[in-house]
Design a binder for this molecule. Structure first.
Ligand SMILES: NC(=O)c1ccc[n+]([C@@H]2O[C@H](COP(=O)([O-])OP(=O)(O)OC[C@H]3O[C@@H](n4cnc5c(N)ncnc54)[C@H](OP(=O)(O)O)[C@@H]3O)[C@@H](O)[C@H]2O)c1
Length: 276
């Protein structure tokens, strides 16, 4: 099967390359393909991809808030470009989206059809990307994931461990919760989702949700770092994250594409980074 991976240099892009290695995917980094360049994207029709795994995005949430046009160019119109390529090649497309499309105020787990209400530019640009996929294609998957971290990435666990090196105690918010999701688990879920042939919208996250505070405590404990963590209510930043997003993973489980627990993900990451 001929597979195209966008954002191949990113956390998930690298894990997708590993998981789909048997297919020798055409894996393009940002330097090799700017998804915002429609001509460059459509030129890839000559490669005749049968499956497009679209992981590229502007993921700096605060950066998106500061530069909304860049966010829309990459996350919304870049995704439109990939969907147009998929249309041209009759390829199946998998678009990686985000739990930030929800506002986190529901008070119970979200289902894939629940009302979205993006609170940030990043979230609304990713939701606009979903719109293009849904309206331009009939054979697609939308995988909404959350709190992504993988080996070699600049992610929350890495930042917590770095802060613990230089600070006698840390302060982390209890007012934001979600599903920490480990990239090799996510890439495997994507692999199994594609095998299912059951097109549609899915929550693909490690099982279980936690607050940022609880996750930070778990990271430090598992890494054997004895740095106290103070729970706080507020951390000032340009973009507003959703408060408490718990995602139902029933649909993914029903097609055999669910992920292990977030605790297993954390242990996998610590081992992959050589920390434990
Ligand atoms: N990270 C999270 O917590 C999180 C949560 C929910 C959903 N997601 C979604 O999951 C997917 C993968 O995220 P990730 O954590 O792997 O992010 P990542 O590590 O930031 O990877 C994204 C990749 O996209 C590339 N990129 C940015 N602009 C591009 C452009 N114009 N053309 C081509 N490539 C471009 C980036 O390259 P540069 O680094 O050179 O810019 C980077 O290699 C994204 O769709 C993201 O929206 C992420």
């Amino acid at each position: 099967m001929k597979i195209l991976i966008t954002g191949a240099g990113g956390q998930l892009g690298r894990a997708l390359q590993d998981r789909f290695a048997e297919h020798r995917p055409l894996a393009l980094t940002h330097n090799e393909l700017d998804i915002g360049d429609r001509g460059a994207v459509l030129d890839l029709a000559s490669e005749a991809p049968e499956v497009i795994l679209h992981a590229a995005a502007m993921t700096n949430v605060d950066g998106c808030e500061r530069d909304p046009e860049a966010a829309y160019r990459i996350n919304a119109l870049g995704t439109q470009n990939l969907a147009l390529l998929a249309q041209r090649c009759d390829a199946v497309m998998l678009y990686v989206s985000t739990d930030y499309v929800y506002d986190g105020k529901k008070g119970s787990p979200y289902w894939e059809g629940d009302q979205t209400n993006p609170l940030s530019v990043y979230a609304s640009s990713k939701l606009a990307g979903e719109w293009y996929v849904e309206h331009l294609l009939s054979r697609f998957y939308i995988a909404r994931t959350a709190w992504v971290y993988g080996p070699g990435g600049n992610n929350f666990p890495k930042k917590i461990l770095a802060l613990a090196e230089t600070n006698p105690r840390l302060s982390v918010v209890t007012t934001e919760s979600g599903h920490p999701t480990y990239t090799p688990h996510l890439a495997d879920g994507i692999y199994r989702l594609l095998e299912s042939g059951a097109y549609g919208r899915y929550h693909l996250v490690n099982e279980g949700s936690v607050s940022r505070y609880e996750f930070a405590c778990a990271i430090l404990a598992a890494a054997g770092r004895e740095v106290p963590v103070d729970p706080i209510d507020h951390y000032p930043r340009p973009a507003m994250p959703p408060a408490h997003v718990t995602l139902s993973t029933y649909a993914a489980r029903a097609v055999g594409a669910s992920l292990p627990s977030w605790q297993e993900g954390l242990l996998g990451w610590l081992a992959a980074e050589g920390i434990i």
